[in-house]
Design a protein. Structure first.
Length: 627
């Protein structure tokens, strides 16, 4: 009877631990879901997948801190309170009491409800049913409507216009006042509003601003840049942030950069952030051979002080000053030029105020938007005073709609939000005086027309030259039809992307993601891990050098580090090596192949650490083929 009673208690304890673990996961999921929709109020499924799977290199860590602040502390406190309550019932009444059983049952029901609620919110708000269906459904929409730039004639004038292309982070027409076509009583971009009204935004005869609609595959920065310079969505068979693991970025397409390079343009790209992120460096260097001036370049060349970093890199006011310097240099080269830049101060969440920001609107994001508007206005006026301006077209476009959690929360659902779009000093005359309905795909051929190029048929990619009277695909099919079809898979897109999932860099990225996930789990459970390095086989010495360093979770100390090596399946030739300490936290040794009579074949190497309590933990298994 005593054994039976003990067994019953053990089962109850195990069951309690399982319920507590499930409760912890459920609360974390519930808090994460609330944080996610607080951070990205108008989140779409493709934006979520892109953002959550993006590498952290080059990103702003404030979002990570915000997540742990929002989710971690409240969730842990709530969980601890529930655990204390259940333990109190246990101490008072015992594990067999109905109060204790009720407490565990309540926790289980509450956890299931929290998890179900979070799952339902994500499923319904992101419309995952339609998204997953679209990802498994092929459409011929893109295949039938795509116009390959190398299949049509594109004729440039003898006197080629220069191009200044300003991608504005998260800039929307929405931010202007209602009288000018915005969604706010008081607009926060008065200078940009005036620029659009005085130049071309394809709004027809009216003074209400008109901009480009963003469609699936274009709703984050790299997607926006790609769509506006290629006329197609960034949709590939791998995570789009992993395009930097590829040898090529859509090698089967011809882009704005390719066309201008062919026409002899000198091209520069200015980013205040790390251009590598999301494959941006690869895309612009492969398609147009742009000279890339980014945050890393600015550090290396002394444009900014050593170690300088604000927000995501350096501020936009510095970006525009660097742009002025670069434009002056490019103008002196005697070639037509294309200077493309991307602002960053207006990135979510709430933007980054700089020393020139003012407190005019009582809300940080609006003040940062207003400051960005003034920066662009000042820069445009500077350009207009330069001798090269008469031969220069300026394009200003938002890269995507804002991802800020609450800035547009009061914008009516039936209001069509569009990214800011305007053309200044274009070489083309508008043949259509009506308000146009267009997407960011249409910016591609329109920019070429603004440079004076004659595009045969007025269509490139999925875009239409807006200076012509040719209807856009959005005007022909409507926004919802185009949105639905573009979100589906396309055989042509897969062919143009030519993604190599067998590339070593892609495999390395996938392995690193697995390693990171494993290390997170080990940190959670306080398990030791470290970096294991195998050097190249030294044929002269007949040895393989091994170094282990960067240990984590070693609060209990390290007694020794050892490795086991063998070649035979039954481990009958296994030999142990005690690693020597080089310095604190670093150990090394050499595997001597003489111990195996210099036999060729596959050597398996397991590494272990013995902590201060005598516990042995396996660190890693590596293999090396000796030929």
């Amino acid at each position: 009877m005593r054994i039976k009673h003990m067994l019953k208690k053990v089962i109850i304890y195990i069951w309690t631990i399982i319920v507590f673990g499930f409760c912890f996961i459920s609360f974390m999921a519930y808090c994460s879901e609330h944080w996610m929709f607080k951070t990205w109020a108008n989140l779409s499924a493709d934006e979520l997948i892109y953002t959550m799977t993006s590498p952290l290199d080059g990103t702003n860590t404030d979002m990570i801190k915000d997540y742990f602040s929002y989710c971690g502390t409240p969730m842990i406190l709530l969980f601890c309170l529930l655990v204390i309550a259940v333990i109190q019932y246990h101490v008072k009444e015992g594990t067999t009491s109905r109060y204790y059983r009720f407490g565990i049952f309540f926790l289980l029901v509450f956890s299931i409800s929290a998890l179900a609620s979070a799952g339902h919110e994500v499923y319904s708000k992101l419309d995952l049913k339609d998204y997953t269906a679209s990802q498994s459904t092929y459409s011929t929409f893109i295949d039938e409507n795509y116009v390959a730039p190398d299949s049509v004639g594109i004729e440039f004038p003898e006197q080629k216009k220069n191009l200044i292309y300003i991608f504005m982070e998260s800039m929307e027409m929405t931010y202007t006042d209602k009288e000018a076509g915005g969604a706010f009583e008081k607009g926060c971009i008065p200078e940009l509003t005036k620029i659009a009204q005085e130049n071309e935004d394809f709004s027809g005869k009216g003074k209400q601003l008109n901009g480009a609609i963003t469609l699936p595959g274009t709703t984050w920065t790299m997607g926006g840049l790609f769509a506006q310079t290629s006329g197609i969505p960034l949709q590939v068979s791998i995570d789009v942030n992993s395009m930097d693991t590829q040898e090529h970025f859509f090698p089967g397409i011809t882009t704005l950069g390719d066309i201008l390079e062919e026409e002899g343009y000198s091209q520069s790209l200015l980013f205040g952030t790390d251009a590598t992120f999301g494959g941006r460096r690869l895309y612009f260097t492969e398609h147009g051979k742009y000279d890339v001036i980014d945050y890393n370049y600015a550090l290396e060349t002394g444009m900014i002080p050593p170690g300088y970093k604000v927000w995501w890199g350096f501020e936009d006011h510095k970006l525009f000053e660097f742009a002025k310097e670069r434009l002056t240099q490019m103008d002196g080269e005697g070639k037509p030029f294309n200077l493309t830049m991307l602002t960053v101060d207006t990135h979510f969440e709430d933007g980054a105020p700089c020393e020139y920001c003012r407190d005019d609107y009582g809300e940080q994001y609006a003040d940062v938007m207003a400051c960005s508007s003034r920066h662009v206005d000042e820069f445009v006026k500077w350009v207009q005073e330069q001798p090269f301006y008469k031969d220069t077209a300026i394009v200003i476009c938002g890269d995507h709609l804002t991802m800020d959690s609450d800035f547009c929360k009061d914008v009516p659902r039936d209001y069509q939000r569009r990214v800011y779009t305007t053309y200044i000093n274009a070489a083309a005359e508008n043949q259509n005086n009506n308000e146009r309905l267009y997407s960011t795909f249409d910016v591609f051929p329109t920019t070429l027309a603004a440079l004076g190029a004659d595009v045969e048929g007025d269509r490139l990619g999925l875009g239409t030259n807006l200076f012509s009277d040719t209807p856009t695909l959005t005007e022909v099919y409507g926004v919802e039809r185009e949105r639905t079809e573009v979100s589906k898979r396309s055989e042509l897109m897969e062919q143009l992307a030519d993604v190599d999932e067998s590339s070593e860099r892609y495999k390395a990225r996938e392995r690193q993601l697995e390693i990171n996930a494993d290390r997170k789990e080990k940190d959670k459970n306080n398990i030791i891990y470290a970096d294991v390095h195998l050097g190249d086989y030294d044929e002269n010495a007949g040895a393989i050098p091994v170094t282990i360093n960067n240990f984590h979770n070693t609060e209990k100390g390290i007694q020794s580090v050892i490795i086991a090596v063998w070649t035979k399946e039954d481990q009958s030739d296994l030999i142990w090596y005690q690693m020597g300490i080089v310095e604190e936290g670093m150990y090394n040794t050499s595997i001597q192949l003489a111990d195996w009579n210099y036999e060729k074949g596959n050597y398996i190497i397991d590494s272990y650490v013995i902590d201060g309590t005598g516990k042995t933990t396996m660190l890693n298994r590596r293999e090396m083929e000796i030929n």
